[in-house]
Design a protein around this ligand. Structure first.
Ligand code: ATP
Length: 280
């Protein structure tokens, strides 16, 4: 598949995964070492904004292939934590490692994306004037820039990968539909597919089911569960029913640190967790 007709308005579109900050790049050889079983390791991470501690000695580990849910009340530091992992925010102190050896505090956002950490923001950003398949083709075609990607001919392997991504994202029957005509949920799945096109080792998802119908939420749960093992995932979500349907292990953040960790039932029964949620 080539990408024949790019609409003129595309030049003005800058989705979250495009450009300098997150990169369309194929993964470079990063030397990622997960031989100890951890994909992500945060130790004693502190971030302050004008004297306010948004992260307060945060320590957290994610295992290879794990799907971890992170919950916590507003202002707990969930977004700041993802900003630190993706290089958007530099911690004041503490360690942030991707695998055993890659110190993420020494890399910039674009490099981190290229090394295999994908981030999905809450609002879907896809090229609305392009078809679903062409959005995926563009994501797959590397960091050539949009115009170069247009002239780029996809290989047979890349065609197969697009078909696979269409299956994974439940969008096969909509492959020729303009992305702008998809439902909110379908746009979210397409963006997840575009991130998967870059084969991330770790995928960070911020409230992936916000604004979805119940049916879409259920399909998203299936989709994310199907990615476990092949990718490691960190899902920040407020919808507890959804968390219960996907999570084996849940981390509760409060006041910039881990308050509790365990199954959803375990953390929901924890008095300290009940207290921060109910504000007693
Ligand atoms: N750039 C910033 N400047 C000043 N304060 C900030 C900044 N970013 C975050 N904060 C503060 O740090 C704290 C943690 O914010 P953060 O957005 O990480 O929390 P959160 O858990 O993601 O919350 P929510 O669930 O509401 O998205 C909040 O008190 C917030 O006001």
């Amino acid at each position: 598949m080539s990408i024949p007709h790019l609409p003129p308005e595309i030049e003005t579109l800058t989705p979250s995964w495009a450009g300098e900050t997150s990169g369309l790049a194929h993964l470079v050889s990063t030397g990622l070492d997960t031989s100890h079983g951890q994909i992500l390791y945060l130790q004693d991470v502190c971030v302050s904004f004008d004297g306010f501690r948004a992260l307060n000695h945060l320590s957290l580990e994610i295992g290879v292939g794990e799907l971890r849910c992170v919950i916590g009340p507003n202002g707990a530091g969930k977004t700041t934590m993802m900003d630190v992992i993706t290089g958007k925010t530099r911690p004041d102190s503490g360690d942030v490692f991707f695998g055993e050896t890659i110190d993420l505090t020494r890399h910039r956002e674009a490099q981190i994306a290229r090394m295999g950490i994908g981030r999905k923001f809450q609002k879907p950003t896809v090229f609305e004037a392009m078809s679903v398949a062409d959005n995926l083709a563009l994501a797959l075609s590397g960091d050539k820039g949009v115009w170069a990607s247009l002239r780029y001919r996809l290989s047979g392997v890349q065609h197969d990968r697009i078909d696979e991504l269409l299956q994974i994202t439940r969008l096969a029957e909509f492959s020729h539909r303009l992305a702008g005509l998809l439902s909110h949920g379908q746009k979210q799945w397409l963006e997840i597919g575009m991130l998967l096109a870059q084969d991330p080792k770790l995928l960070l998802l911020d409230e992936p089911v916000a604004g979805m119908t119940d049916a879409e939420t259920e399909k998203t749960a299936e989709l994310l569960c199907s990615l476990k093992g092949r990718h490691s995932l960190m899902v920040v979500e407020h919808d507890m029913a959804f968390v219960g349907s996907i999570a084996e292990r849940v981390t509760v953040l409060a006041e910039g640190a881990v308050l509790a960790e365990g199954s959803l039932a375990q953390v929901q029964a924890d008095e300290r967790v009940i207290e921060v949620y109910l504000g007693r």
